[in-house]
Write a protein that binds this ligand. Structure first.
Ligand SMILES: Nc1ncnc2c1ncn2[C@@H]1O[C@H](COP(=O)(O)OP(=O)(O)OP(=O)(O)O)[C@@H](O)[C@H]1O
Ligand SMILES: [Mg+2]
Length: 235
């Protein structure tokens, strides 16, 4: 994967750390790992796919984003912060580098930190399948629900077959979230130039402004886990 627009992860982490410090927030304070089990997290676990139920956002830039979003939340009547406007993340990496893991880990961290949070997660392929015009399905309403949801995971953007229609749907969804500045976690296997070719320049332009880019490199963790399992069973 080649990505000329890529920023080094250390740079993002340093920038976010600076932002947090300027707001009087300790960037090293644990958000998720040491938190008490939260009722909101326990309730949300039912909606988190089995594979990612224990996911921890252990990437420094994702962890810093969680802290920033948690800190920006407006206090509700019970004193707990609710999610507000904020920046989004574009989590980029080749197959199996842990993009979906980081995205669900981020949601779990926010819930553990006591952030009041309405969230949804959808893969781009499921988004297009669910919105495809058909009898008895109000695709327009579904699109608006996703567009307005305070936190949205759009997983695997650019992985589904593209058409004018998918480009339009993606544009309407991203434009709404861009305009309202709603935090969105987007994962993709594509670098920005391939993504631009796949989803269109107008979507790519908005994503470039609204997201901090997190690049996951390293090997395919699935194959590494399988090799480790084989090694353990061989001894
Ligand atoms: N930080 C991590 N710590 C432990 N396990 C991880 C971590 N990141 C990913 N994994 C595990 O590695 C595997 C692949 O992760 P994941 O599904 O998130 O990859 P992906 O980048 O989304 O892949 P794809 O591009 O195919 O969608 C999963 O079994 C996941 O639980
Ligand atoms: Mg994935």
């Amino acid at each position: 994967m080649r990505d000329v627009d890529a920023q080094p992860v250390g740079g993002i982490a340093r920038r976010l750390t600076g932002i947090l410090k300027s707001r009087g927030i300790d960037p090293d304070a644990p958000v998720a790992d040491d938190a008490e089990p939260s009722p909101a997290l326990e309730a949300a676990q039912a909606r988190i796919p089995a594979r990612y139920q224990d996911a921890v956002a252990d990437h420094p830039a994702v962890d810093a984003w969680v802290s920033e979003v948690a800190a920006a939340g407006r206090r509700g009547p019970d004193g707990s912060p609710g999610i507000a406007q904020g920046r989004s993340l574009l989590i980029v990496g080749t197959t199996g580098t842990g993009k979906t893991h980081q995205a669900y880990g981020a949601v779990r961290s926010l819930l553990s930190a006591g952030v009041r949070l309405r969230w949804k997660a959808i893969t781009a392929a499921d988004l297009y399948a669910e919105l495809r015009p058909r009898q008895g399905c109000d695709g327009e309403r579904e699109l608006q629900d996703l567009a307005r949801c305070p936190l949205l995971i759009i997983d695997d953007l650019g992985a589904a077959k593209a058409s004018e229609w998918t480009e339009e749907i993606t544009m309407r969804l991203i434009d709404r979230r861009y305009t309202q500045m709603l935090p969105t976690l987007v994962t993709t296997n594509l670098g920005m130039s391939d993504l631009r070719a796949h989803i269109g320049d107008r979507v790519a332009s908005r994503l470039t402004e609204m997201t901090d880019k997190v690049i996951l490199d390293g090997p395919d963790r699935r194959r590494a886990l399988a090799a480790e399992r084989r090694r353990l069973t061989a001894v």
